[in-house]
Design a protein around this ligand. Structure first.
Ligand code: ADP
Length: 453
C-alpha cells in the first residue's frame, strides 16, 4: 500500500543525495500549499524542528492582498511571524518533481500554541471533539476539475477568454476520450499513489474537459491532507504537460460546475458505526442523528462549502448540483445522498461543496454539525423522492455569498463549536470576497449596458 516516508528514511536519502529538496508547506485559508523549499540536508539537520512564515498567510486572499479588519493580523500589529512546525508523520515523496519530498506543517504562535484559525487546527479541534464522544470520522472528498488545452500563461495573456477544454464533448464515463487525456491523468494517478495517497482511480465527468479523481476514504485529517496535495499535484502535472487545470467551481454559465462531494462515516474501535444494527433503510441510529445535524445546520456552514462569489453560480437546478437541504436514498438531486445502505460501506455523501472548497474547513464544519446532531439525538426527517429541485417544502441552500455570510454570522452552533474568534476571522475573509466583487466592474455588465443602456 502507498505510504509516507519516515524521518529516518528521509535522513538517509538526504545524506545519500537521492533527495535534495524538501517542500515545507502550510495550508492557507483558500486550501493552498504555501511555504518554502529547503535543502534536504539542512532540513534533516535543523529546519525539521521549525521554520517561520509571515502571519499574513492566514489573512490574505487568492491574490495575496492584505485586507484590513482581521483581529489577529494587521499593519497595526506589524504582520509578524507564525511558526511552521513540520508534522513529521506527513513526509512524502513528490515524484513529479526530481529529488523532492514534501512535509505539511501545523501553524503555531510564538508560545507554541496552535493558531486557532489555521485550517489544520480548525479540523483537528472537531476531530478531538468527536473522539471525546468515542468516534473517528472516515471521509473521502471527490476532486472534480477541468483540463484546458492551453497553458496558464497563454490563458492569462488571452484575458481568460476563449477557453478551450481539453476535449470536445461531455466525457462522462468515456474511455476513448479519457484515453486522449492519459498524458495528464496517468501521471496524476501514479505520482500521487507513489506519494502515499490511496488513489482509487479517475473518470471522465459530465462536461467537455471535466475529470474526477477519487481517493480512498481515510481518517478526516488524512483525507484533507490528501485532497490538498492531490489538488496541488493536478495543477502542477497539468502545467508540466503543457496544459492547465482549474478548480474554479463554475467556469462558464453554460457548462456544468465542478463539485467536491464529501463522503462521511463514523467508526469506533476500527468498526463502521453507521453500519451497526441497520433499520430497513440500512442506517444506524447514530447515522440518523449525524445526518439530521448535517441537514439542519447546512445553511449555517454553507460558506465553508462555497467560499467565493463564483461558488454560488454552481447551485443551479437540473445540473446535479443541489439547491435543497434534504436527503434521499441514492438520488443525485438532493444535498445529501445515502450511499452503500445495508453494507459496511454505508455513508452519507454531502453534495453541496464545490471544487473550490478548503477541505479542512468543509470537513470541520460538517463534523461540528454531525456532532451537534448526535449530542442532541436529533431525529432524521423522511427521505425525499423524485426531482428534489421541484420540492417546494424543502429548505434552501443559501443562494449567494452574502446570504451564506449572514447565516454564518448568526450561527450560534458554529460559534460554540469552532469559537467566536475563528468564525469572526472567516466572516472577514468572506466579506472581503464580497467587497472586492462589489467594487469590480465586470465584463458582463459593460457588454450588457455599453450600447443598449
Ligand atoms: P459514487 O457513487 O459517487 O461513484 P464511489 O463508489 O466512487 O461513489 O465512492 C466515493 C467515495 O466514497 C470513494 O472515495 C470511497 O473511498 C468513499 N467511501 C467508501 N466507503 C466509505 C465509508 N464507509 N466512509 C467514507 N467514505 C467511503
Amino acid at each position: 500500500m502507498p505510504r509516507t516516508l519516515s524521518f529516518e528514511e528521509l535522513k538517509k536519502h538526504a545524506i545519500d543525495g537521492i533527495i535534495d529538496t524538501v517542500l515545507v508547506c502550510m495550508v492557507d485559508m483558500q486550501g493552498r500549499l504555501m511555504g518554502k523549499r529547503f535543502h534536504a540536508v539542512n532540513f534533516v539537520e535543523t529546519s525539521y524542528r521549525e521554520t517561520h512564515c509571515c502571519n499574513y498567510l492566514l489573512a490574505t486572499d487568492l491574490t495575496m492582498a492584505t485586507p484590513s479588519g482581521y483581529a489577529s493580523t494587521s499593519w497595526q500589529s506589524g504582520y509578524g511571524d507564525y511558526v511552521m512546525k513540520p508534522d513529521l508523520g506527513t513526509i512524502r515523496l513528490v515524484p513529479w518533481l526530481e529529488g523532492t519530498v514534501m512535509v505539511l506543517c501545523d501553524v503555531l504562535d510564538h508560545h507554541e500554541n496552535p493558531v486557532q484559525h489555521s485550517p489544520r487546527a480548525v479540523l483537528k479541534k472537531q476531530i478531538a471533539r468527536l473522539a471525546e464522544l468515542g468516534f473517528e470520522a472516515m471521509m473521502a472528498t471527490e476532486l472534480e476539475f477541468f483540463l484546458f488545452a492551453d497553458t496558464l500563461d497563454t490563458i492569462r495573456e488571452n484575458g481568460f477568454h476563449n477557453l478551450k477544454p481539453l476535449s470536445a464533448y461531455n466525457e462522462d464515463y468515456h474511455i476513448f476520450q479519457t484515453t486522449k487525456e492519459e498524458n495528464v491523468m496517468r501521471p496524476i494517478r501514479n505520482h500521487l499513489f507513489a506519494a502515499g495517497l490511496p488513489v482509487e482511480g479517475s473518470k471522465g465527468e459530465a462536461e467537455a474537459g471535466q475529470e474526477e479523481l477519487n481517493i480512498r476514504y481515510s481518517p478526516a485529517l488524512n483525507c484533507a491532507d490528501h485532497h490538498t496535495i492531490a489538488k496541488h499535484a493536478i495543477k502542477e502535472i497539468a502545467w508540466q504537460q503543457g496544459h492547465s487545470a482549474t478548480f474554479v467551481a463554475k467556469w462558464h454559465h453554460d457548462k456544468v460546475g465542478s463539485s467536491s462531494h464529501v463522503h462521511q462515516s463514523l467508526w469506533a474501535d476500527g468498526k463502521p458505526m453507521f453500519a451497526d444494527s441497520y433499520d430497513k433503510l440500512g442506517m444506524s441510529d447514530l447515522m440518523k442523528s449525524y445526518m439530521a445535524g448535517l441537514i439542519e445546520y447546512a445553511p449555517d456552514y454553507t460558506y465553508f462549502l462555497a467560499p467565493y462569489i463564483n461558488s454560488y453560480k454552481r447551485f443551479a437546478k437540473g445540473t446535479f448540483a443541489p439547491t435543497k437541504t434534504v436527503w434521499s436514498v441514492d438520488n443525485r438531486t438532493a444535498g445529501f445522498r445515502l450511499c452503500g445502505a445495508g453494507t459496511k460501506g454505508v455513508r452519507v455523501e454531502c453534495r453541496i461543496g464545490g471544487s473550490d472548497i478548503n477541505p479542512y474547513l468543509a470537513q470541520a464544519a460538517m463534523l461540528a454539525a454531525g456532532i451537534k446532531g448526535i449530542e442532541e439525538k436529533m431525529k432524521l426527517s423522511s427521505p425525499t423522492k423524485g426531482d428534489v429541485y421541484k420540492d417546494e417544502k424543502a429548505g434552501d441552500i443559501p443562494q449567494t455569498l452574502r446570504d451564506a455570510i449572514d447565516k454564518l454570522r448568526n450561527s450560534v452552533f458554529l460559534r460554540e463549536a469552532m469559537g467566536n474568534d475563528v468564525i469572526d476571522h472567516y466572516i472577514r475573509c468572506a466579506e472581503w470576497e464580497q467587497e472586492e466583487f462589489d467594487r469590480i466592474v465586470t465584463d458582463w455588465e459593460v457588454a450588457r449596458g455599453f450600447e443598449q443602456a
